[in-house]
Design a protein around this ligand. Structure first.
Ligand SMILES: Nc1ncnc2c1ncn2[C@@H]1O[C@H](COP(=O)(O)OP(=O)(O)OP(=O)(O)O)[C@@H](O)[C@H]1O
Ligand SMILES: [Mg+2]
Length: 258
């Protein structure tokens, strides 16, 4: 439905150039997602998931086709879409400067997106962001290496929320966490989605997580979109053999959301 639509891939093709060699990694990809909903993206390693994410966040320009957020082209008007979308990576450690505190990282994100705000406003905002990701205020004074894996991913999530994005791209955000921690972060993501009507593009190899969090699922195979539909249809009744193989390879770690 056009009014609810948050983002859209429209006939995206992407080629990487390695010297004289051109490699096509995305071929005519079209699908969309809505505010307050999660689109899961699955596919074998190298199927093009992260490339698609980088196109939507504006880090890569597609060879052809358009990536659109709230009706705005992510590349023609990147200044407009950059506030709307944030990305969370598999390894939160690498997204932090190890010599700087969490407070420094939050201040940096806030001052980019809300220039000219006074120090008191920033202090309150940092407290609000830490609370939203269920971290104590004292986390602000800590260095990334002083946090556990789960705390680090929460801290990265809080920073991603600083510009008040409408869309979060989550590229394997749970891969470095053990199963109980995964469940905690998923529950936090679901809570934030409800509270802030956030849309998620959730990339994972773990289909048991998708059963829990995704409303729709896109299946990529060697750069082609081979299935797109509701999570219940695709996960319970996959049409393609490739999807069936992906699903049958995964143990059910987390019970299905009702
Ligand atoms: N900067 C780059 N230059 C050249 N080729 C690249 C580049 N980045 C990715 N590729 C290639 O593009 C293809 C898709 O990569 P991509 O990272 O999008 O896959 P992926 O589905 O995210 O894989 P994974 O599940 O392992 O993270 C792969 O064959 C990869 O080797
Ligand atoms: Mg990837």
């Amino acid at each position: 439905m056009p009014t609810k639509q948050l983002f859209q891939f429209d006939a995206i093709c992407h080629e990487y150039k390695l010297g004289n060699v051109t490699k096509c990694v995305l071929n005519n990809i079209s699908f969309q997602g809505s505010a307050g909903k999660t689109v899961g993206v699955v596919g074998e390693s190298g199927s093009g998931k992260s490339t698609l994410a980088k196109i939507l966040v504006g880090l890569l320009k597609p060879t052809s086709g358009k990536a659109i957020i709230k009706g705005v082209d992510c590349h023609d008007n990147r200044a407009q879409t950059t506030k709307l979308v944030q990305m969370l990576f598999q390894d939160p450690e690498s997204s932090f400067n190890p010599r700087k505190t969490i407070q420094w990282h939050y201040e940096e994100a806030l001052s980019i997106h809300f220039p000219g705000k006074n120090p008191l406003w920033i202090k309150h905002k940092i407290a609000e962001l830490l609370e939203s990701v269920q971290l104590p205020l004292s986390t602000a004074n800590r260095y990334p290496y002083e946090l556990s894996g789960g705390q680090k991913q929460r801290a990265a999530l809080g920073r991603a929320l600083a510009p008040k994005p409408k869309l979060l791209i989550l590229d394997e955000p749970l891969a470095s966490l053990d199963v109980p921690l995964r469940k905690q972060i998923i529950d936090l993501l679901l809570k934030l989605q409800r509270e802030q009507n956030l849309g998620y593009l959730f990339i994972t190899h773990d289909l048991s997580t998708l059963k829990y969090i995704a409303h729709d699922v896109a299946v990529l195979c060697e750069g082609n979109l081979i299935e797109f539909g509701t999570a219940s249809d695709i996960l319970s009744n996959p049409k393609e053999g490739y999807t069936q193989r992906l699903i049958s390879a995964v143990p059910d770690l987390i019970p299905r959301r009702t």
